[in-house]
Design a protein around this ligand. Structure first.
Ligand SMILES: Nc1ncnc2c1ncn2[C@@H]1O[C@H](COP(=O)(O)OP(=O)(O)O)[C@@H](O)[C@H]1O
Ligand SMILES: [Mg+2]
Length: 242
């Protein structure tokens, strides 16, 4: 599905009772099957934006256009699993129509097969994250929203999970939004990168990456990362100069 987002303004009331703008003229579009990666400073409004796109927050000015009835898979920053249900049940409750073969395949890709009967309290953060991902993919989403899926994992685990996400996204046509702090992840996963300003956040720069993920070599990844750094620092230099 194609997604068009135009959030004119989103504000929250803080503890002192003041309205604070979090998003202002936050605009972007994603083509069907594209992976849009959002890179921005902590607290700039990334999770707020994802919740608006997911249809979980209607209290904003602007609009989000995607096909009506689109299936949306969302992975929140916290895995949000049902603690009294097994891994298997957590997924079947969210996706009652999932067929057994598809589910086994999903568990295999995410290396969860041995954990199907475990309960959330028995899982490490990395495992719980993978269960949340399995749950999002099990519904066969048209739109997939991943809020910092690789944060707080050690580097090798994060790299494995990044490869698993790549396998899952490449295997189907799902329009994906992914938030990360890590420019390396952005360069490896995205088709379209969005660099965000501090709060109130908007898209400062957009970088399309035309080479398919599987064909990106290390030299190209390094060049993309350098481009991101140049744009982020270039913005800072402009500001300092003025
Ligand atoms: N429900 C809320 N009520 C009031 N302020 C909020 C709420 N949710 C988020 N905020 C504030 O909005 C800003 C953006 O938050 P968030 O979208 O979580 O940032 P990010 O995900 O980019 O780190 C922060 O200053 C945060 O404190
Ligand atoms: Mg966040």
């Amino acid at each position: 599905m194609r997604l068009e987002v135009a959030i004119a303004r989103k504000a929250f009331t803080n503890a002192a009772g003041e309205r604070q703008d979090v998003l202002a003229d936050f605009n972007f579009a994603l083509g069907a099957g594209e992976v849009g990666v959002f890179v921005g400073p902590s607290g700039c409004g990334k999770s707020t934006m994802l919740k608006i796109v997911a249809g979980l927050d209607y209290d904003y000015q602007g609009h989000v256009a995607g096909p009506a009835g689109a299936r949306i898979g969302m992975v929140f920053q916290e895995p949000r699993l049902l603690p009294w249900r097994s891994v298997d049940d957590n997924i079947r409750l969210a996706a009652p129509k999932v067929d057994d073969e598809k589910l086994s395949e999903l568990f295999a890709v995410l290396e969860l097969t041995a954990h199907r009967n475990h309960f959330p309290a028995e899982l490490s953060l990395g495992l719980a994250r993978r269960v949340a991902l399995a749950r999002a993919f099990a519904i066969q989403p048209d739109l997939l929203i991943l809020d910092e899926p690789l944060a707080s994992l050690d580097a090798s685990l994060a790299a494995r999970l990044r490869d698993q996400i790549t396998t899952l996204v490449d295997g189907r046509s799902v329009t994906t939004l992914l938030v990360t702090h890590d420019v390396d992840d952005a360069a490896r996963l995205g088709n379209r990168l969005f660099l965000l300003s501090p709060r109130p956040s908007r898209v400062l720069a957009e970088l399309p990456i035309r080479t398919p993920r599987s064909a990106r070599g290390e030299a190209e990844i390094a060049a993309i990362k350098a481009d991101i750094a140049r744009r982020i620092n270039g913005d800072r230099t402009d500001r300092d100069a003025s």
